[in-house]
Design a protein around this ligand. Structure first.
Ligand code: ZN
Ligand code: ZN
Length: 166
């Protein structure tokens, strides 16, 4: 069980690497025709890019199918992929792109940095010239910037509320 949880955790971390590689070299590569839907403005509820959820879902399911009876390491790899998928969905689709209005704005430095990094990724609408392809791993420069912003916000909140005109 402990070893299994370890495999799950390792898979989760590895998935960030897989997602980064996929995003940089495959989605902004020969699969741009699917990913493009995520980089252009539209009013649809779903995008072709959502097919990647089906892809990772199928992959996880196969690991579950072959890794049960008895449960072996493949089951835990499937669990790691699923966990990453859930985290990705919550952060990327709900928190950053607000496809579902579940969360409000956050003053958490990590979440702010994440959001900034991904918005920079989206500042390019084309296939080339984008940056910040990862999701949960954020480059230190965004952390610094997010920290400054949160600090300023908090200072603003503690300032005495003096009316300008009396
Ligand atoms: Zn992209
Ligand atoms: Zn996005």
């Amino acid at each position: 069980m402990i070893a299994g949880l370890g495999v799950m955790l390792l898979t989760f971390v590895a998935m960030e690497g897989v997602a980064w590689l996929m995003h940089k070299y495959v989605l902004h590569g020969f699969m741009w025709f699917l990913h493009k839907s995520h980089h252009t403005h539209h009013k649809h509820k779903f995008e072709l890019n959502d097919l990647f959820f089906a892809y990772y879902g199928t992959l996880a399911m196969l690991f579950f199918i072959f890794g049960t009876e008895p449960i072996d390491y493949r089951f835990w790899i499937g669990a790691g992929i699923t966990l990453y998928g859930v985290a990705y969905f919550l952060i990327h689709d709900v928190f950053i792109h607000r496809r579902l209005k579940w969360f409000g704005k956050s003053s958490n430095v990590y979440l702010k940095a994440l959001n900034m990094a991904h918005k920079v990724h989206h500042s390019t609408q084309g296939k080339y010239g984008s940056q910040s392809f990862g999701m949960l791993w954020v480059a230190p420069k965004y952390f610094k910037k997010a920290k400054e912003i949160v600090q300023k916000q908090q200072e603003g909140e503690t300032w005495p509320n003096i009316p300008l005109k009396s």
